[in-house]
Design a protein around this ligand. Structure first.
Ligand SMILES: *[C@@H]1O[C@H](CO)[C@@H](O)[C@H](O)[C@H]1NC(C)=O
Ligand SMILES: *[C@@H]1O[C@H](CO)[C@@H](O)[C@H](O)[C@H]1NC(C)=O
Ligand SMILES: *[C@@H]1O[C@H](CO)[C@@H](O)[C@H](O)[C@H]1NC(C)=O
Length: 230
């Protein structure tokens, strides 16, 4: 039989179909700030990041739903400031600050701030998984394989503007039975690509701060290895 039937061709045509339509590109602005809501952490707050400064600052109005914040001062405002090699946990109302980890050394290496490389598919870890509605907007959704291949992270991007809609990183409070994703859903009206670098100033209380230690943070850059939850 010299001719292919249409039925033979159809699966081929269908598999080529995505190539014929524009595949959305994931982009992460070099800097942005926004107010967010987090269902997963049961709070709201402010998110700011700047890859030129190499910093991010996540303000949680209430850190009870965050596994790092709640381990030290529960049920109070908490800021996670990642800059110049450290992730600080700053508690403005409790008047305390400690270093949770360094980027590259110690019992818990927290890595630097999330930046544009996160969505660049550098290790083939990005998958487009369709659209999702975030705070009333239609957003593209990608899954991103991180340190734990069994639990995916997600990035959402506004279909119309191409700006970030939100992020959702797998996480939990004390055990996997208590989900508490690093989920930040950005309010579109508040998103701003111009970020004052003063957002990333290390508060005085954090300068020369102790290591947080405990169950979830590093005890110091040179302490012996222990198993810690990321
Ligand atoms: C923090 O407070 C909440 C409610 O107020 C409580 O359910 C939770 O167990 C507390 N977490 C810690 C780590 O003490
Ligand atoms: C990411 O790279 C992998 C491996 O090359 C590829 O299969 C996948 O389609 C890419 N993802 C996106 C969203 O382009
Ligand atoms: C964005 O932030 C800059 C600097 O803080 C400010 O001057 C500007 O008004 C903001 N733009 C919007 C649309 O809010």
């Amino acid at each position: 039989m010299a001719f292919l039937r249409l039925g033979d061709m159809l699966p081929v045509m269908l598999s080529l179909w995505p190539l014929a339509t524009a595949t959305p590109q994931a982009t992460w602005p070099s800097a942005f700030e926004a107010w967010y809501a987090s269902d997963a952490k049961h709070t709201t707050g402010h998110y700011a990041t700047d890859s030129h400064v190499g910093a991010s600052r996540i303000v949680l109005r209430d850190g009870t739903g965050d596994h790092l914040c709640s381990a030290f001062h529960n049920a109070t405002a908490c800021e996670q400031l990642t800059v110049a090699g450290f992730r600080y946990l700053y508690f403005p109302n409790a008047g305390d600050c400690c270093k949770c980890c360094t980027y590259t050394t110690g019992t818990y290496e927290c890595g630097g701030p999330v930046g544009p490389q996160w969505v660049k598919n550098l290790t083939g870890n990005l998958r487009y998984v369709g659209r999702s509605e975030i705070l009333g907007r239609s957003c593209h959704k990608w899954s991103i394989v991180g340190l734990d291949p069994e639990h995916l992270n997600y990035y959402f991007q506004d279909v119309q503007t191409g700006l970030p809609c939100g992020i959702d990183g797998y996480n939990y409070l004390r055990t996997p039975a208590e989900p508490a994703d690093d989920q930040y859903l950005f309010e579109a009206d508040s998103l701003n690509l111009t970020v004052p670098t003063s957002h990333f100033d290390v508060p005085e209380r954090c300068q020369d701060a102790r290591y947080c230690g405990g169950e979830v943070c590093a005890t110091g850059p040179t302490a012996p290895e222990t198993t810690l939850q990321i």
